[in-house]
Design a protein around this ligand. Structure first.
Ligand SMILES: *[C@@H]1O[C@H](CO)[C@@H](O)[C@H](O)[C@H]1NC(C)=O
Ligand SMILES: *[C@@H]1O[C@H](CO)[C@@H](O)[C@H](O)[C@H]1NC(C)=O
Ligand SMILES: *[C@@H]1O[C@H](CO)[C@@H](O)[C@H](O)[C@H]1NC(C)=O
Ligand SMILES: *[C@@H]1O[C@H](CO)[C@@H](O)[C@H](O)[C@H]1NC(C)=O
Ligand SMILES: CC(=O)N[C@H]1CO[C@H](CO)[C@@H](O)[C@@H]1O
Length: 763
């Protein structure tokens, strides 16, 4: 060859060795496949990749891809049998101990059904019936026949296709797995140790063929639980607690490094699909309470940095900035020939070293690192990435860990690899994964499955408990925006022939918070109807209503306040729980433990600290909602605090029909927040009649915290409702929830209501 780059068999896979010289073309002779089809990446030119395709349930055999070589010949698979589509096989289930497998066969193919029975005296765990699936895996879970012999750990069983050494299941005992037979390789933990907790380390390994793939559901379940474990902020309640559950301590930082292969082996149109999958991943991660730092790059023979993690050290980087950077990325003139996986790890390593230098060694100890790589693993430049991965381990573990040596820092590094491509280099890729617990190596045969994996990754069930969690953008086209404001409720109150409307907010699955003035003294539960569309019926039956005990509209008539709205809050108790989902979820309330966690305040922080954080400036921008026909809109409320408050509340006196005193503080007590007015810089919206009782809220990252309740205004400016802007003197008054905590606590925390979920308030 006319140039000096050494060409290994690996390099022969790429275009790199072709230089600019003219080479002979290949022919289409003898390349067809029985029962399938093929495609060519560059017709019959040298360097073209031939990719065989088979219908579902079949795989190309003996090879998946062939390359048109420089001399005009196609690479030949080692096995010279004619190319055809073979039926997908599942690994041998006849490895069951103390039980029988029906039917006993030598091989099992797609749709074959097996059933399992244990010998007498043994009980079955796992699936009694399994079906061989088109992705080469058995449905369900491994059957295990075991007898209770008082072992510390349960019998870990033997996965299909594998054999196990080690039959002792006491604390410290070790079992080892390998896969039997031709073409099978092990994915997952090859070794598991029985722990004091009665659990085995790691996760049951699996035996894969080259034609075995993870379904998006498999991948999302295992990746989702692994990533969730590192994302959920778990606070150390007990310092002697096992270190594993403390992946991110209060001060902890999560750094996520993402690398996407765009070399020719993963074809170009799929880059968009990969980008969308990453956007989906980032949005999923952001639905947790932790906001990680990201480093995102695309790579081939060179790397293209899209998001630089060092930017996060200087300032907060918003999620949309990251997403925009990803969306705007285009594969341009970059040299996409060749793959340098080593360079990718070197880049991540240098970023880690940079972070360590910047934050210092002590603070770096609190940094958790997760590398997520998407590639087929066909690196052909730069050499093996393994030594660089070792350097990353040494850096994060803060020492060189060998063999079975205990590693107290093992929870601080995870390397996940999503192997995607027509032909995957498992032997090179799998050893690069790192981390304890969940699975770290995934094989996906289609890039679409990547997006599905992340879409399904975090189950709504998993984040059910989180108050105020919401999506940042409207996802449905009906304009009902439930996913943005999952806590909003519509309230109808009947009074004789008339029905009036208020808004409210879901604060626990059973309670709605609203304004007391929505009800009259005679209102009973049967007059009230709550609508909140949780997917299980829109209309909710009301069991009881509880206005604040000090609410009394005529309490200050003698002081010339004809309508006095202090303590204008009420709680509505529903007959049954609202079904919690992304469409219906409680908002966070002040002075609760949940809000403390959402605000990432320390465990010993106070209610006053929450207030300072949420209402800190002399002007604080809050929001509230209005309903207009069938859609809801967000309104701005600039609340005047500190020295600007007096100037705001004096306009209360304009409400002549309600207030005839000349001292505004008699009508507007300290319990009210004041909003409205306009300047060059801002303009509040004005509350309309139907907005009463609605939440006045503020978002903190992905959580919404209710700060006040819409109570009354000094001017009637919007009979029709909708988004009306304030004029110079229009003002709205909201009940500040920080002033009515004892009321909230008495209903939401105390044990008055059997079977109703309680909130935990701060001391
Ligand atoms: C398993 O599947 C193969 C291929 O479809 C079929 O020929 C065979 O009869 C099946 N065996 C059983 C026990 O269903
Ligand atoms: C912490 O956990 C350990 C082990 O579970 C227990 O023995 C100890 O009493 C706990 N300490 C506190 C303060 O709860
Ligand atoms: C990332 O940013 C740091 C410092 O801001 C810089 O030194 C480094 O070169 C950047 N990395 C890349 C790959 O652009
Ligand atoms: C409301 O306040 C007025 C004036 O102080 C008082 O007469 C009345 O009894 C109060 N109503 C209730 C229900 O407490
Ligand atoms: C690896 C992979 O998923 N390749 C896909 C790239 O995009 C084309 C066209 O959309 C698909 O046919 C390939 O399967």
């Amino acid at each position: 060859m006319g140039f000096s780059v050494p060409c290994s068999w690996f390099v022969a896979l790429s275009l790199l060795c072709m230089g600019g010289e003219v080479w002979s073309d290949c022919t289409d002779e003898g390349i067809h496949i029985e029962g399938g089809s093929y495609l060519l990446t560059k017709q019959l030119q040298s360097g073209s990749m031939l990719i065989y395709k088979c219908p579902e349930g079949y795989y190309p055999y003996p090879t998946i891809t062939r390359l048109c070589q420089l001399d005009g010949s196609w690479t030949q698979p080692k096995n010279s049998s004619p190319q055809k589509c073979k039926m997908v096989e599942c690994p041998d289930p006849n490895v069951l101990e103390y039980g029988d497998v029906f039917p006993p066969e030598r091989k099992y193919f797609v749709d074959n059904v097996t059933t399992y029975e244990c010998y007498s005296g043994y009980t079955l765990r796992g699936s009694a019936r399994r079906v061989c699936l088109p992705n080469g895996k058995w449905s369900g879970s491994s059957p295990i026949c075991s007898r209770d012999l008082g072992d510390d750990c349960p019998d870990p069983g033997i996965p299909a296709g594998a054999s196990r050494t080690g039959n002792m299941f006491g604390v410290g005992d070790k079992v080892k797995y390998s896969c039997n037979g031709n073409g099978l390789f092990l994915v997952g933990s090859s070794e598991r140790v029985c722990q004091e907790s009665g659990h085995w380390t790691g996760r049951e390994p699996e035996c894969y063929y080259k034609h075995t793939f993870d379904s998006p559901l498999d991948a999302s379940e295992s990746f989702g639980s692994a990533i969730k474990e590192s994302l959920t902020t778990l606070e150390p309640t007990n310092d002697t607690q096992e270190a594993r559950t403390l992946r991110i301590s209060k001060r902890g930082t999560l750094n996520i490094y993402i690398g996407v292969d765009i070399s020719e082996s993963i074809d170009e149109e799929n880059v968009t699909a990969a980008k969308n999958a990453i956007i989906s991943l980032i949005s999923k991660i952001s639905s947790f309470t932790v906001s990680p730092n990201y480093d995102i790059l695309f790579f081939s023979s060179e790397i293209i940095k899209v998001v630089n993690i060092t930017d996060f050290l200087n300032a907060k980087v918003e999620e949309f900035t990251i997403i925009d950077a990803l969306k705007n990325f285009k594969v341009g003139d970059q040299n996409t020939a060749g793959t340098n996986l080593k360079l990718v790890f070197e880049s991540f390593l240098s970023q880690m070293s940079f972070i360590q230098e910047r934050v210092g060694v002590e603070a770096f100890k609190e940094h958790h690192h997760a590398i997520i790589l998407f590639t087929d693993g066909a690196y052909n430049m730069g050499g093996s990435p393994a030594p660089t991965v070792q350097k990353i381990r040494n850096l994060v573990y803060m020492k060189h860990i060998t063999g079975d040596e205990p590693n107290p820092r093992k929870d601080f590094l995870d390397i996940y690899i999503f192997a995607i491509g027509e032909e995957i280099f498992d032997d090179d890729l799998q050893p690069l994964t790192e981390g304890v617990g969940g699975k770290h190596y995934f094989r996906l045969n289609k890039i679409e499955n990547l997006q599905k994996t992340f879409d399904e990754m975090i189950d709504e069930e998993d984040v059910k408990g989180l108050c105020g969690l919401h999506k940042a953008y409207e996802r449905d086209s009906f304009g009902n925006k439930r996913e943005m404001y999952p806590w909003w409720a519509q309230i109808y109150v009947k009074s004789g022939q008339k029905t009036s409307k208020c808004l409210g907010s879901l604060v626990t699955p059973r309670f709605i918070l609203t304004a007391a003035h929505c009800f009259s003294r005679d209102t009973v539960a049967a007059d009230v109807q709550v609508e909140i569309d949780d997917g299980a019926g829109k209309v909710k039956v009301v069991k009881d209503i509880f206005p604040h005990q000090d609410y009394n509209i005529s309490a200050r008539v003698d002081q010339k306040v004809l309508e006095f709205y202090d303590y204008d809050v009420a709680l509505i108790l529903l007959e049954t729980d609202v079904k919690i989902s992304f469409q219906a979820r409680p908002i966070c309330l002040p002075c609760t433990v949940e809000t403390r966690v959402a605000l990432k305040l320390p465990a010993d922080s106070t209610c006053a600290q929450q207030e300072q954080l949420l209402l800190k400036d002399h002007l604080e921008k809050l929001s509230f909602l209005t309903k207009d026909k069938n859609s809801i809109h967000e309104k701005d409320a600039y609340v005047k605090l500190g020295d600007t408050r007096a100037g705001c509340i004096k306009h209360a006196l304009r409400a002549k029909t309600k207030i005839q005193t000349d001292n505004p503080e008699i009508a507007v007590t300290e319990n009210f927040l004041c909003s409205g007015g306009r300047t060059i810089d801002y303009r509040s919206h004005i509350a309309c009649k139907g907005d009463s009782g609605g939440a006045v809220f503020k978002d903190h990252e992905y959580r919404t915290i209710q700060i006040a309740v819409v109570s009354w205004g000094n001017k009637e400016m919007c009979s029709g409702g909708g988004l009306k802007e304030s004029d110079d003197t229009s003002r709205d008054f909201f009940i500040n929830l920080f002033r009515v905590v004892p009321f909230l606590k008495s209903y939401l925390e105390d044990h008055k209501f059997k079977g109703v979920a309680k909130l935990q308030f701060l001391e």
